[in-house]
Design a protein around this ligand. Structure first.
Ligand SMILES: Nc1ncnc2c1ncn2[C@@H]1O[C@H](COP(=O)(O)OP(=O)(O)OP(=O)(O)O)[C@@H](O)[C@H]1O
Length: 484
């Protein structure tokens, strides 16, 4: 079987030679062109597994070739070589459809990693083949035009290394979309690691992201990998990226630019091959304006934007989503929606999106007779049709109070109040600040859960925190949902 063939396009003889030698040593066949014109002539005759082009060529710009190859050579990955520090070129090329980029001076270990990953793309992984054939069932359920467009966009984006920034309200499926991109990419066999940037204490962040060496600090009993090493070869999702403290943003930017990380306590850096996907329900551009988020990092992460529509803008999908959720909860065919249920759901604004739909159906199923969910089994916040829903970014107004808190919540509340620290006199001090704060936190979370009938999405909104933060705090404080 013949080796994959690569086209190198560069007018600098030294660099061209270095690229050729490196690729030949990897067992690949190479054609070389010095100009755009020569490259076009090669491309007209031969199918390549990868095109690697410089940005500046005597008769034009490499970006033209990126556009042509992306438009005409279906599936051929093209990567660009950019001058060091010219992030702009790299970003423009990625936006135009380039698979990836390497910077000059070219680090050969990074070049090899990039080439191998491009070869996996052009060979087509099983995930890609079935996705392309339209046979792979997508985890993103919905037949609305918005969902169809989203799935098509994901299939395209899965073929490149370009960083993707996913925006959307809480519960709209940002993590699911990121997992889908990973699953359809040539990285599917490698790990997908999702990190909630808002849930990591600032003091631990560097160790969590980059790892540490044994003895680097008190308690570092052995070497440990960070998220970057754990995601090597795969995808790293930075969820709630707007919550990253500024100091960590600087370190992250460096890791992204260099594609290398250094463990705390290590002397040398190590290369990492990670595709980055970031997500947030906040307006990251606004965070840049207010100085909360670094512009340079924003620019690096926000190369391709993927925006997830809120559920209330794709109500056509309610039926199929409800069927899928019920089949998962009760087993296929064991639960159904009674008369008027879909219409009632359709009149609700779902501020917590699909996650809230899942919660609503799970609770309703607990009250339903023989798996038949009736309108009375739904406990929705009052919502009028067409009423604009609250953005997840802004805390929702307090929901209509729940008439009676369910017994387990009420008893948990009573228990919490019994333990709750008596309010302190203005100059009194608690004997243990952490215990005192923990009890206050427990008390407040239980109160919010009782008010929302243990709907965590709504409770998180009441408290002005994300669903994930609430879930994290509940785990930490050992607070559990009552048994239905
Ligand atoms: N289109 C969809 N099809 C099927 N399930 C979905 C869809 N969108 C979201 N979900 C489900 O809704 C829940 C929330 O999704 P996910 O965690 O991806 O949301 P998110 O936007 O990342 O939320 P957050 O901002 O709170 O982290 C998950 O259980 C997910 O499986």
């Amino acid at each position: 079987m013949s080796s994959p063939r690569i086209l190198v396009v560069d007018d600098e003889a030294d660099l061209r030679e270095l690229l050729e030698i490196t690729l030949l040593k990897m067992g690949l066949d190479v054609d070389s062109a010095e100009t755009l014109g020569e490259a076009r002539a090669f491309l007209a005759k031969t199918d390549y597994a990868l095109v690697l082009t410089d940005m500046r060529l005597p008769d034009g710009l490499g970006i033209e070739l990126v556009r042509e190859v992306t438009a005409t050579c279906k599936g051929t990955p093209i990567a660009v070589v950019t001058a060091y520090g010219s992030a702009e070129n790299a970003v423009v090329a990625l936006k135009a459809g380039a698979f990836d980029y390497v910077t000059k001076p070219v680090a050969l270990d990074q070049l090899r990693i990039m080439v191998q990953s491009a070869l996996r793309v052009s060979a087509g992984t099983p995930g890609q083949a079935s996705a392309a054939a339209g046979t792979a069932p997508s985890r993103l359920i919905g037949n609305s035009p918005a969902m169809q467009g989203l799935r098509a966009q994901i299939a395209r984006l899965a073929r490149s290394m370009a960083p993707i920034s996913i925006t959307g309200e809480s519960g709209s499926g940002k993590e699911l979309a990121a997992r889908e991109i990973h699953a359809q990419s040539s990285r599917a066999a490698k790990p997908f690691i999702a990190v909630n940037c808002g849930a990591i204490p600032e003091a631990l962040m560097e160790a969590e992201f980059f790892g540490y060496r044994k003895g680097a600090f008190t308690g570092a009993a052995e070497d440990r990998d960070g998220f970057f090493q754990a995601a090597n070869g795969g995808t790293l999702m930075l969820d709630e990226v707007a919550d990253l403290p500024l100091a960590m943003q600087v370190k992250l930017l460096r890791a992204i630019q260099e594609r290398r990380v250094r463990k705390i306590g290590a002397t040398a850096e190590e290369p990492v091959d990670v595709r980055l996907i970031s997500a947030t329900h906040q307006d990251l551009a606004k965070c840049v304006e207010t100085g909360k988020f670094r512009q340079d990092l924003f620019y690096r992460l926000n190369v391709i934007e993927l925006s997830l529509p809120p559920l209330r803008e794709r109500l056509d999908d309610l039926g199929v989503l409800a069927d899928t959720v019920l089949a998962r909860l009760a087993g296929p065919g064991n639960a159904r929606l009674g008369e008027g249920v879909l219409e009632t759901l359709g009149a609700y604004s779902f501020p917590g999106n699909v996650r809230e739909l899942e919660n609503v159906l799970e609770r309703a199923l607990a009250f339903a007779n023989d798996g038949m969910i009736e309108v009375g089994d739904l406990s929705l916040k009052s919502a009028r049709p067409g009423e604009p829903a609250h953005s997840a970014a802004e805390p929702a107004a307090a929901p209509a109070p729940v008439a009676v808190a369910r017994a387990p919540v009420a008893s948990a509340m009573a228990e919490a109040s019994a333990q709750a620290p008596a309010s302190l006199a203005p100059d009194a001090l608690p004997s243990s600040l952490p215990d005192y704060l923990e009890q206050v936190e427990r008390d407040i979370i239980l109160r919010a859960l009782a008010q929302t009938n243990f709907n965590r999405t709504q409770a998180a909104q009441l408290l002005g925190i994300s669903f994930r933060q609430l879930r994290y705090q509940m785990q930490k404080l050992d607070i559990h949902a009552p048994e239905p």
